[in-house]
Design a protein around this ligand. Structure first.
Ligand SMILES: N[C@@H](CCC(=O)N[C@@H](CS)C(=O)NCC(=O)O)C(=O)O
Length: 158
C-alpha cells in the first residue's frame, strides 16, 4: 500500500457478504482496518453509518476517497484497482460463469436470508414467508449446482 493510503472495511462476523470481501482482501494481500458494525444491536441504523450506506447494510469499503458498498461492487472495485493476484479467471467463458455465479448468489439467494428482509416479511405477511424464502434459496442453489456440474472441483468452480 502507498504511504498514507488507508483501507477500512465495515463488516460483521455473521455477514456472508462481508466475508466475501474479507476473502478478496486477504487473497490480494491488501492490509485494512476492520470496523465491526453489530447488526443484531442495530448499529447499521446509526446516523453515522447511514452516511456510508443509506441501505443500512455491510459490507462497506472505504478506500482512500472511494466509499463503496455492496459486495459485488466492492469486489469489482478491488479487482480493477489492485490488479495483482486477480480474483477473476482470464478465459472469457470461465470468467463469465464466475460473474454469473456471484450475481446469482448476490441477487437470487442471499437477499432471501437477510436479517432485515426476513423480519420485515414476517411482520407484513406472517411466519410462512420463511418457507417461501427457503424455497427461493433452494431454487438458487439447485440452479448453481446445474450451472457448475461440469466445472465443480474442490471449490464450486474448479
Ligand atoms: N447485496 C448486498 C447485501 C448486503 C447485505 O444484505 N448485508 C447484510 C449482512 S450479509 C446486512 O448488513 N444486513 C443488515 C440488515 O438486514 O439489517 C451485498 O452483497 O453486499
Amino acid at each position: 500500500m502507498g504511504i498514507g493510503r488507508k483501507v477500512v472495511l465495515y463488516s460483521y462476523w455473521l455477514s456472508s457478504c462481508s466475508w466475501r470481501i474479507r476473502f478478496a482482501l486477504c487473497h490480494k494481500g491488501i492490509a485494512y482496518e476492520y470496523k465491526a458494525v453489530d447488526l443484531v444491536k442495530g448499529e447499521q441504523f446509526s446516523p453515522e453509518f447511514e452516511k456510508l450506506n443509506p441501505l443500512h447494510c455491510v459490507p462497506v469499503l472505504v478506500d482512500d476517497n472511494v466509499v463503496v458498498s455492496d459486495s459485488f461492487a466492492i469486489f469489482l472495485h478491488l479487482e480493477q484497482k489492485y490488479t495483482r493476484k486477480p480474483l477473476l479467471p482470464v478465459d472469457p467463458q470461465i470468467r463469465a460463469l464466475n460473474l454469473q455465479i456471484a450475481s446469482v448468489i448476490n441477487s437470487s439467494i442471499q437477499p432471501y436470508h437477510m436479517i432485515g428482509a426476513l423480519k420485515d416479511m414476517e411482520k407484513m405477511f406472517g411466519a410462512e414467508t420463511k418457507q417461501w424464502a427457503q424455497y427461493k434459496i433452494d431454487k438458487g442453489f439447485l440452479a448453481l449446482e446445474k450451472l457448475t456440474k461440469h466445472v465443480a472441483g474442490t471449490y464450486l468452480h474448479g
